[in-house]
Design a protein around this ligand. Structure first.
Ligand code: PLP
Length: 493
C-alpha cells in the first residue's frame, strides 16, 4: 500500500451498523411515546436558564458518542416544543403534524434525493402530489404546480407568474424599470402579510398592492374593488392581479370567489387565490360549499402543512396555465442540460420555482393521503369547523364573553368582557389571560385586532382537538378572567 492510502478513508457512516439500528429503534420508541402522551404534557413551557445556556456552547471539535448527543436532544430540545402538535394549540395558523408524515421525513432523508429534478421516483411522486392537489381544489387538468417551503413562498411564486404575464413586456429581461405603466395588485385589508413581502421582493413596492376595504363579514367589497380598478386605470396605472382570500388569516373570511372571478375576467386581471387556510375546504363534505369558485383561479396557494397536517414544511403553488408557470422561472444553464437517456432525463422541477436543490417534501403528503384517504382529511376539516362553532356558541351565549367576528370556518375571535372597561383595559386583561394560558401550559391562543378592537383568536386546525379541550379552554378563560379582572380595573382606574 502506498503511503497516501496507508490509513482507511473516513466516512460519516457508523462503524457498527448493528449498534446504529439499536439506537435508531430507541429513537423511534421514544418518538412514538412522545406523540402518544402528548395530551398529558403542557402545551408549552418556557426553557430554564440552564437549558437556554446549552445553545451557546461553541462549535464542537471533538467527537461525542451518539448516545450522549441523543440524550442532550431529549433533555434540552424535545421537552420545549412550540406546541403545535398538542391538542390545545390554536395560535396563529398551523397544522398539528402526524406520525406517518414524520416517518416519511425520515425516509426522505434516508433516500436523500434532490428534487431539483431528474429521472427518479421522488420526482414522479412530487408531480403526482401536485396532481392530487390540483384534483382536490378542482383546477383543470394540465395545470402546473410545485411544492414549496410553505404558503408564503407559494404566494410569492404565483404573484411572480401574475406579474410576468400581465406586465406587457419581457419583464424577466427588462425588469420593472422597463414597465411602461406601474402595475397594481389588489387584495382586501385582511390579506396575509406575505403578500406585502412578495410585492416588495418583486420590485413593485408595497404601494403597488392596493388594499380594498372589507365588509362587515371581513370579505373584500367587490364593488369598491371594481371602482378602484377603474380609478387606477384612468390614472394611467396597469391593474394586473386580484388576490382573493379563501380563508383570511384574522377571521377565516372567504371572499366571494365567483364574483371576483367574474370581475377578473371582465377587467382582464389575473385571479390569484390565497387558499393557505381555506383551499382545502374543497375536500370537506360540508365545507366545500364555502369555496365555490375556487376552480376559476389563475393561480392558487395552498398549505399541506396546515389542514393536511404534514410536518413542516410544505406549501403548494398551482398555476392554471402550465406554460406561464414555467415561463416565469425556466432558465437552463449549460451544466443542467437535459440528456436523452439516464438520470438527467425527466422533469426538472427547479424550473418551476426559485430553488435549485429541493427537498423531498412530497413523501410526507403522499404517505398520509395513501394511509387515510382524502375523505378522512375532508371530515377532519368539517370536524374543526364544528369545534369552532362550539366555541363560538359559548362565546356568544356567555355574559362574560363576547364574539368579535362571524365564524365561518375554524377561526374564532372573541374576548373576555365583564363590561364597564375601556378598550385599553380590555386589551390588557385579555393579553394577560392569553399569557397565563400559555404559561400554565393549558392552551395556546394568539390575539389580533379587528377594526380597532383587540381579541383573542383561536384557529382550530388540529386533528387532536376534542370538544372537551374547547370546554376546558372556556372554563379556564372564565376562571382567569374573574381572577384577573379586579387588578385590571385597578390598573386601568
Ligand atoms: C399561513 C398563511 C400564509 C403563509 O403561509 P406559510 O406556510 O406560513 O408560509 C399565507 N396566507 C395565509 C392566508 C395563511 O394563513
Amino acid at each position: 500500500m502506498d503511503a497516501v492510502h496507508a490509513t482507511a478513508e473516513e466516512t460519516l457512516d457508523p462503524v457498527d451498523w448493528h449498534e446504529t439500528a439499536t439506537t435508531a429503534h430507541r429513537v423511534v420508541d421514544d418518538a412514538v411515546a412522545y406523540l402518544r402522551d402528548m395530551r398529558m404534557r403542557p402545551v408549552w413551557r418556557d426553557m430554564p436558564a440552564g437549558v437556554r445556556e446549552t445553545f451557546t456552547e461553541p462549535l464542537p471539535r471533538e467527537p461525542q458518542p451518539m448516545a450522549e448527543v441523543l440524550r442532550t436532544v431529549s433533555e434540552n430540545v424535545m421537552p420545549y416544543p412550540m406546541g403545535n402538535v398538542h391538542p390545545r394549540f390554536w395560535a396563529w395558523y398551523m397544522g398539528s403534524s402526524n406520525m406517518t408524515g414524520a416517518l416519511a421525513d425520515f425516509l426522505a432523508a434516508i433516500q436523500g434525493s434532490n428534487l431539483g429534478g431528474g429521472n427518479h421516483a421522488a420526482v414522479l411522486m412530487e408531480r403526482q402530489v401536485i396532481e392530487w392537489c390540483r384534483q382536490m381544489v378542482g383546477l383543470p387538468a394540465g395545470a402546473s404546480g410545485t411544492l414549496t417551503s410553505g404558503g408564503s413562498m407559494a404566494n410569492l411564486l404565483a404573484l411572480t407568474v401574475a406579474r410576468n404575464v400581465k406586465a406587457g413586456i419581457d419583464i424577466r429581461e427588462e425588469g420593472v424599470a422597463g414597465l411602461p405603466r406601474p402595475l397594481r395588485f389588489y387584495g382586501s385589508d385582511q390579506i396575509h402579510s406575505c403578500h406585502r413581502k412578495a410585492v416588495e421582493a418583486l420590485g413593485l413596492g408595497n404601494r403597488a398592492l392596493r388594499r380594498i376595504a372589507s365588509d362587515a363579514e371581513f370579505r373584500i367589497d367587490v364593488s369598491a374593488l371594481k371602482a378602484a380598478i377603474l380609478e387606477d386605470r384612468a390614472a394611467g396605472l396597469l391593474p394586473a392581479c386580484i388576490i382573493a382570500n379563501a380563508g383570511a388569516v384574522n377571521t377565516g373570511a372567504v371572499d366571494d370567489l365567483e364574483a371576483l372571478a367574474k370581475l377578473a375576467a371582465e377587467e382582464d386581471l389575473w385571479l390569484h387565490v390565497d387558499g393557505c387556510i381555506g383551499a382545502l375546504l374543497a375536500i370537506a363534505p360540508r365545507g366545500r360549499q364555502l369555496v365555490k369558485g375556487l376552480e376559476h383561479a389563475d393561480s392558487l396557494a395552498l398549505d399541506p402543512h396546515k389542514w393536511l397536517h404534514a410536518p413542516f414544511d410544505v406549501g403548494c403553488c398551482l398555476v392554471r396555465e402550465a406554460a406561464a408557470h414555467r415561463g416565469a422561472f425556466a432558465a437552463t444553464p449549460e451544466y443542467l442540460e437535459p440528456a436523452s437517456r439516464g438520470l438527467a432525463t425527466g422533469h426538472w422541477l427547479y424550473e418551476l420555482g426559485l430553488q435549485t436543490s429541493r427537498g423531498f417534501r412530497a413523501l410526507k403528503v403522499w404517505m398520509s393521503l395513501k394511509e387515510h384517504g382524502v375523505e378522512k382529511f375532508g371530515r377532519l376539516i368539517d370536524q374543526n369547523i364544528d369545534q369552532a362553532g362550539h366555541l363560538a356558541r359559548q362565546a356568544d351565549a356567555h355574559p362574560l364573553l363576547r364574539l368579535m367576528a362571524p365564524v365561518v370556518i375554524n377561526i374564532v375571535c372573541f374576548r373576555y368582557d365583564p363590561g364597564g372597561m375601556d378598550e385599553q383595559a380590555l386589551k390588557a386583561l385579555n393579553i394577560e389571560i392569553m399569557l397565563r394560558l400559555q404559561e400554565n401550559g393549558t392552551a395556546v391562543l394568539s390575539d389580533t385586532t379587528l377594526r380597532g378592537s383587540h381579541c383573542l383568536r383561536a384557529a382550530i386546525c388540529n386533528h387532536r382537538t376534542r370538544y372537551e379541550d374547547i370546554d376546558l379552554l372556556v372554563a379556564e378563560i372564565l376562571r382567569l378572567g374573574s381572577q384577573l379582572e379586579p387588578q385590571s380595573r385597578r390598573a386601568a382606574g
